[in-house]
Design a protein around this ligand. Structure first.
Ligand SMILES: Cc1cc2nc3c(=O)[nH]c(=O)nc-3n(C[C@H](O)[C@H](O)[C@H](O)COP(=O)(O)O)c2cc1C
Length: 291
C-alpha cells in the first residue's frame, strides 16, 4: 500500500512474504520482515551469493559521507557518534524491534551490511550490529550529560557549577546548551550517558521551551533508566523545576536532587549546584557499570 499512497505505483508490483526467496538468475534475494525498525513494513533483503544484507533502516547512520562509502574508508570511532545520532533519533523509540531484528538475522552469514542510510560495512559488519545491540539495550556510560537552556545566563552559570561538582568526583561530563545545539545531538548525548542533569529557567509558568522540547522528545523515544538532577532560575514564582520533576517521575527516572533559585545564582546557590553535581556523579558511579 505504501508504493501506491506515496508514489502512485500500482503496476508491476508483487509483495514478497517473510522468508521468501527470489532468484534473479545468478543472484538470489531472500527477504526478512523486520517490522518497526522505523516503519511497520521495514524489510531487510539478503543476497545469498555475495552475502550482502541490505538492511533498510537497521544499522543506519547520519551524516553526509563526502564521497566515502565504506567503513574501511573512515575513522570508525569518529563515525560511531553519527550512527548513534541516527539510532537514538530515528529508531531508538523502537529499541525492542531492533533487538528482535538482530535476533532474527543472527544466523545469516553476512559479509557486507548495506543500510539505506550512512556507511556500508564491509570490513567489520559485526561492529555496527554490536553497537546497535548495545544502544537498543540502552547501555550507558558511567558519565553525565548536562543539558540546559538559559535566557539571561543565570541557569547557564549554574550549569557550570553542576559540571564542576561532577568533574570533582572524577566523572566525565558533557555540557550542552539546548538553545544552541540541535536537539538531535542532545538526544544522542542523553542516550550515551547514565547521568542526565537538566537545567531550565521558568518561562510562562513552565519549562523554558527548548529544554521542554528536548524532554518531550526523550519521552517519545522512551529513554529509560537515567539518574537525574534538575536546576533552574525563576523571576517571581517559578515552576520549571517542579514541572521537570513531574516529567522525570512519569518517566520512572531516578531523581537524585534539584535546585531551584531566584534570579542570579548566589554563592550559596552555586555551592548547592556543585553539591547536586557531586551527588549525581556519585550515584552514577554506584549504578552504572564500566562501559
Ligand atoms: C518570556 C519570559 C517568561 C517568563 N516567565 C516567568 C514565569 O512564568 N515565572 C517566573 O517566575 N519567571 C518567569 N520569567 C523570568 C525568568 O524565569 C527569570 O528571569 C530567570 O532568572 C531567567 O533565568 P535565565 O537567566 O537562566 O534565563 C520569564 C522570563 C521571560 C523572558
Amino acid at each position: 500500500p505504501m508504493l501506491a499512497r506515496f508514489y502512485g505505483i500500482t503496476e508491476g508490483v508483487r509483495a514478497v512474504s517473510d522468508g521468501e526467496s527470489l532468484d534473479l538468475g545468478g543472484k538470489t534475494l531472500r527477504f526478512f520482515h523486520i517490522p518497526f525498525v522505523h516503519w511497520p513494513e521495514t524489510m531487510a533483503t539478503y543476497e545469498e551469493t555475495q552475502k550482502v544484507l541490505f538492511s533498510c533502516d537497521a544499522f543506519g547512520g547520519f551524516r553526509a559521507l563526502d564521497g566515502v562509502l565504506f567503513d574501511d574508508e573512515v575513522d570508525v570511532a569518529e563515525y560511531e557518534d553519527e550512527a548513534l545520532r541516527y539510532f537514538s533519533n530515528i529508531v531508538g523509540m523502537q529499541s525492542k524491534a531492533v533487538l528482535r531484528a538482530i535476533e532474527k538475522l543472527a544466523d545469516l552469514a553476512i559479509e557486507v551490511i548495506a543500510p539505506s542510510h550512512g556507511l556500508v560495512w564491509r570490513k567489520d559488519p559485526g561492529h555496527i550490529v554490536e553497537l546497535y545491540s548495545r544502544w537498543a539495550r540502552i547501555e550507558a556510560r558511567p558519565e553525565v550529560t548536562i543539558v540546559f537552556g538559559s535566557m539571561y545566563g543565570f541557569t547557564a552559570r549554574m550549569a557550570e557549577a553542576v559540571a564542576r561538582g561532577i568533574a570533582e568526583e572524577g566523572v566525565p561530563v558533557r555540557v550542552l546548551d539546548a538553545g544552541r545545539v540541535h536537539v538531535s545531538f542532545l538526544i544522542r548525548e542523553a542516550w550515551k550517558r547514565k547521568g542526565l542533569v537538566i537545567g531550565a529557567p521558568t518561562y510562562d509558568t513552565g519549562i523554558f521551551p527548548p529544554v521542554e522540547y528536548f524532554l518531550r522528545l526523550l519521552e517519545r523515544k522512551r529513554l529509560r533508566d537515567r539518574v537525574v538532577g534538575l536546576f533552574g532560575s525563576y523571576g517571581w514564582k517559578g515552576g520549571s523545576v517542579l514541572k521537570m520533576r513531574e516529567r522525570v517521575e512519569a518517566l520512572g527516572w531516578e531523581l537524585v536532587g534539584e535546585v531551584s533559585f531566584h534570579g542570579a545564582p548566589t554563592p550559596e546557590d552555586l555551592a548547592r549546584a556543585r553539591e547536586l553535581g557531586r551527588k549525581v556523579a556519585e550515584r552514577v558511579g554506584a549504578v552504572a557499570p564500566e562501559a
